[in-house]
Design a protein around this ligand. Structure first.
Ligand code: URA
Length: 222
């Protein structure tokens, strides 16, 4: 399924840190650029920048929406209720935070009162996210929730249910690398909608299947 955005090389040119982001060579350097960036109001108010967690060498990159209270206090993504549920379900398909997952968010600062990030905040964070993916070079991306799916596909609107259990082709803005993308529910939604737990698990099983496929192909190519 090819939903990848039409490439516009001028898209991020007006971002105040565009040159720095473009020239950035490592995840640590990107984290430091984000740390120093106080252009968004939310960046001025937070306790911590929430950059990433897990194994930098992992082939699976998971992308959520934005940090909540627990994440802001600790500086670690997905460490509250939604994170615990996510860990529990990922373990059922043999994924573990320290072992084979790298996890981040579309927005790296907590929007106050746990509100969803505004569109202009997401837009501002997009070049950072694109560079984060370009540096990380995952073999597969799992997007959690519509905000993450929309940001990666650069679409104003998506219907999450139509995109579940689909192999989507995501193309990175900076590297132009194509990466398989799977989109599922946000785990915070599953915390509230316990009736959807089986659907969430089905999606993760689908992702794991596709993931094994991708790794097999990579092995065949070397
Ligand atoms: N929800 C998210 O999208 N990200 C987190 O890190 C925590 C909760």
């Amino acid at each position: 399924m090819n939903l990848s955005k039409k490439y516009d090389p001028t898209l991020f040119k007006n971002h105040p840190n565009y040159e720095k982001i473009q020239a950035c060579q490592s995840l640590l350097e990107l984290k430091n650029i984000l740390y120093a960036d106080k252009n968004l109001e939310i960046a001025k108010k937070v306790k911590n920048l929430v950059f990433s967690d897990g194994d930098e060498k992992a082939s699976l990159m998971i992308i959520g929406e934005a940090p909540g209270k627990n994440e802001d206090e600790s500086g670690t993504p997905f460490c509250g209720k939604a994170g615990n549920l996510l860990n529990e379900f990922l373990a059922k398909v043999n994924f573990e935070r320290e072992k084979n997952i790298y996890i981040t968010n579309v927005v790296n600062w907590r929007p106050e009162d746990n509100r969803p990030p505004f569109d202009d905040e997401i837009e501002y964070c997009l070049p950072y996210l694109e560079k984060h993916i370009a540096l990380k070079m995952p073999k597969m991306i799992l997007a959690l929730g519509a905000t993450s799916g929309k940001a990666l596909l650069m679409q104003k609107k998506i219907v999450l249910n139509d995109l579940r259990k689909k192999n989507i082709v995501y193309k990175n803005y900076f590297s132009r690398q194509e990466i398989p993308l799977i989109i599922t529910f946000h785990p915070a939604y599953i915390v509230r909608r316990t009736d959807l737990k089986n659907d969430f698990l089905d999606d993760l099983k689908f992702m794991e299947q596709q993931f094994r496929h991708v790794l097999k192909k990579v092995h065949e190519c070397v």
